[in-house]
Design a protein around this ligand. Structure first.
Ligand code: FES
Ligand code: FES
Length: 153
């Protein structure tokens, strides 16, 4: 089996046509009376970087909109896209519980078939790390205060 077949259709589709790529401007968030959080994370091992935008309703801590920008590989783009999807509608406190496993699982076509080859599992970790960064900025706490639930393959 070639690497060509090691990616799910969801990864292929979203890396080429992400639904939440872009940015949320401060004006946009302000117009809705919401708070804008912009978090950056870079993966030192591969040089890929992601920027996550959260528009948060300060009354409920709910993430009402989320977008991302990426200097990442295709898997990082697909992972970031489902990550923003998983964040929308959750409170910041709920979103910080999203792990890289949730992100990878959301990219699977079948529950028992990995979405990406083993070499690409780390790309979903970046999506997880940037959530922790965004939550730490919003809550004004250290990122280390969030429990680590990543599984690096
Ligand atoms: Fe660019 Fe592999 S890191 S092709
Ligand atoms: Fe670095 Fe995918 S290769 S995030």
């Amino acid at each position: 089996e070639s690497l060509w077949d090691a990616y799910s259709n969801k990864v292929t589709t979203l890396m080429n046509n992400p639904q939440h790529q872009g940015e949320i401007t401060p004006e946009e968030a302000e117009a809705h009376g919401n708070k804008l959080i912009v978090a950056d994370f870079g993966a030192e091992s591969c040089g890929d970087a992601v920027r996550l935008y959260w528009e948060v309703d300060p009354k409920t801590d709910k993430i009402v909109n989320s977008k991302f920008k990426s200097f990442g590989c295709g898997t990082a783009i697909a992972s970031s896209d489902v990550m923003t999807e998983l964040c929308i509608g959750k409170t910041v406190q709920e979103a910080v519980k999203i792990t890289n496993i949730d992100v990878e699982f959301a990219l699977r076509d079948e529950p028992d078939t990995p979405a990406v080859p083993p070499q690409k599992m780390h790309c979903s970790v970046m999506a997880y790390d940037v959530i922790k960064k965004a939550a730490s900025l919003y809550l004004g706490v250290n990122e280390e205060s969030f429990e680590d639930e990543i599984i690096v393959c």
